[in-house]
Design a binder for this molecule. Sequence first.
Ligand SMILES: NC(=O)c1ccc[n+]([C@@H]2O[C@H](COP(=O)([O-])OP(=O)(O)OC[C@H]3O[C@@H](n4cnc5c(N)ncnc54)[C@H](OP(=O)(O)O)[C@@H]3O)[C@@H](O)[C@H]2O)c1
Length: 176
Amino acid sequence: MARLIYSAATSLDGYIAGPGGDMGWLAPHVGEPNPPADRLLAGLGALLVGRRSHDGDDPNRGTDAEGAFGGRYDGPAVVLTHRPPPQAPPGVTFATDLDTAVARAREAAGDGYVTILGADVAAQCLEAGLLDEVLVFVAPVLLGDGTPLFPRRPGTAPVRLESIAEDTPHWYRVVR
Ligand SMILES: NC(=O)c1ccc[n+]([C@@H]2O[C@H](COP(=O)([O-])OP(=O)(O)OC[C@H]3O[C@@H](n4cnc5c(N)ncnc54)[C@H](OP(=O)(O)O)[C@@H]3O)[C@@H](O)[C@H]2O)c1
């Protein structure tokens, strides 16, 4: 069965987007060698994307590298939204609740990974006990404000993570 992984680049102070959704801070790191990301891409079956990520800023907009994984991913994507548009772009389906979105993404991914794009959706998957892995790349920048990497509700219980890769410090299995 497909595994759900939340993968994101984060600032050192824990933001995946700057104020107003700015992603320009990531531009200096685009194209840097990233073997763990290459491995994830090779095993990737589907994306599960929050609406704000779907509509969001792209540091590679207007270039060949625009899109998920620097433009190298062209497989299926399920976008979670309360307001699906009447028509979906090719390869994209819209879902209006988390369980349906996860089920569709798993089905599309087969035995591959479902990669979650969007902190809000990732935090919901975590709280629902659906998140299997986390892969985070830390950029050497402090943003001070923006979209937190894991926007969990105050008072929620700690979640233990186990490191599962030797060549990257932040690839973890979620301990259940
Ligand atoms: N640094 C990175 O690697 C990275 C990667 C991806 C994205 N980003 C950035 O992160 C930001 C987006 O992340 P985010 O956490 O703010 O948002 P998100 O998770 O991408 O999307 C949240 C939105 O998804 C929809 N949604 C969420 N849960 C839902 C549910 N249960 N049922 C129906 N719809 C639901 C809602 O949209 P509606 O109510 O509008 O339908 C909600 O506002 C963007 O700025 C993006 O550029 C950064």
